[in-house]
Write a protein that binds this ligand. Structure first.
Ligand code: DP6
Length: 388
């Protein structure tokens, strides 16, 4: 008999102060605090259904249609942590079936572990009636997942306790605070297999001479300043810190032994273009940040959206804007009819254009945290217990 069935969704987040390095590998405790924006789930999200039933003989999980090993350490750690705090189902013999899908292709190279583990933990917490903070449980699945527990701008406090009980996510500002904030993701064409974040940060923590200063001085100062900038909706400071922290993170990777390089020529071209554009404009109009891969995430206020999109489409053209640009339809026409002012003329007449360097351009906003969905959105067939 089915005892409970719940479907939830959870967002992706993009850090502006990067988490890189652990002080405890098992509990996933970081060497520094970090801060991110939560992306809107209309464009990017994980959806997870969990069914608890007396009929199932073992726990099982399917990701994007493929059965995965539920005995993997991180899944087991999360399941144990949730079940130890359960207020429901403890007295009933049962197992759970978990089905999870992303509404964005894994091939997009966008980190799915944050939304994935956040959604898993959030949905489990509903099934088992877990009260209080659950970001600490998402953290033991994947560090950055704890920040997806809330909408808006979210910090992950590194904490100091050995048991990790104070290493949790805290909402800095809700999504309603800065509704003008947009995010453009330039999905870069790249076939290279990258070093995983988990491996990369372990090597950096052990070998990069930059880590000490970064954790002791640079990040604490930036955390304080960027929180203040978000509070004041001060995009100049926000953008400046965001780009500096991304640059430093990639410098830490480059000074790791052996060196780790996540950026490629396209990424570097984008960085350079944004610096030239901001300089010509006389202010920070948009700010890039890059994670453990070549894709550019660009934070920018609403007023600069059409200009920035036009700039990128000029340098990275494509025949069919309707599939290349994934954002509000009304922007397509605005981009096509956009004329740069005198000052920016030179930037809009590129010497070379790079067709097919980008897979596509995704345009979204800062959005809310995890959501409980209706039974009709369930991904599990209750008759078979399998993915629909
Ligand atoms: C570069 O959270 O994927 O995206 O905790 O080992 O699962 P694990 O690592 P993960 O690392 C994310 C690193 C980053 C920066 C960030 O999101 O803060």
């Amino acid at each position: 008999m089915v005892l409970a069935s719940i479907t939830c969704s959870a967002p992706v987040n993009i850090a502006v102060i990067k988490y890189w390095g652990k002080r405890d590998e098992k509990l996933i405790l970081p060497l520094n605090s970090s801060l991110s924006g939560t992306l809107h789930q209309d464009d990017l999200k994980t959806t997870t259904t969990i069914v608890a039933s007396e009929d199932y003989t073992e726990d099982a999980i399917w990701l994007n249609g493929k059965k995965e090993d539920i005995n993997a350490t991180r899944y087991q750690n999360v399941l144990k942590a949730i079940r130890s705090r359960a207020t429901k189902l403890q007295d009933k013999k049962h197992c759970v079936h978990i089905v999870s899908i992303n509404n964005f292709p894994t091939a997009a190279g966008l980190a799915s572990s944050a939304s994935g583990y956040c959604c898993l933990v959030y949905t489990l917490a509903q099934i088992y009636g877990v009260d209080g903070d659950i970001s600490g449980i998402a953290r033991i699945g994947s560090g950055s997942a704890c920040r997806s527990m809330y909408g808006g701008f979210v910090k992950w406090e590194m904490g100091e306790k050995e048991d990790g009980s104070d290493s949790i996510a805290v909402q800095v500002q809700p999504e309603s605070h800065w509704p003008e904030m947009n995010i453009i993701v330039l999905v870069v064409n790249d076939k290279k297999k990258e070093t995983s974040s988990t491996d990369g940060m372990q090597k950096s923590a052990a070998t990069s001479p930059m880590m000490k200063e970064r954790c002791a001085v640079t990040v604490p100062t930036r955390m304080r300043d960027i929180e203040e900038a978000i509070k004041n909706k001060d995009f100049q400071t926000f953008g400046d810190i965001t780009m500096k922290d991304s640059d430093d993170f990639h410098e830490v990777c480059a000074t790791t032994t052996p060196a780790i390089y996540y950026l490629n020529d396209t990424s570097r071209y984008i960085m350079n273009l944004i610096h030239r554009y901001n300089k010509l404009s006389g202010s920070v109009k948009c700010a890039y940040t890059f994670d453990a891969g070549p894709n550019a995430c660009i934070y920018l206020p609403e007023e600069n959206v059409v200009e920035v999109l036009s700039l990128f489409i000029k340098h990275f053209p494509d025949q069919d804007l309707s599939t290349y640009y994934r954002g509000p339809k009304e922007n397509v026409e605005k981009i096509q009819s956009y004329k740069p002012n005198e000052k920016l003329q030179s930037l809009f007449t590129p010497e070379t254009t790079f067709a097919s360097s980008l897979k596509y351009i995704l345009h979204t906003k800062v959005g809310p945290g995890p959501q409980i969905l209706s039974e009709s959105e369930s991904l599990i067939d209750n008759n078979t217990g399998l993915p629909k």
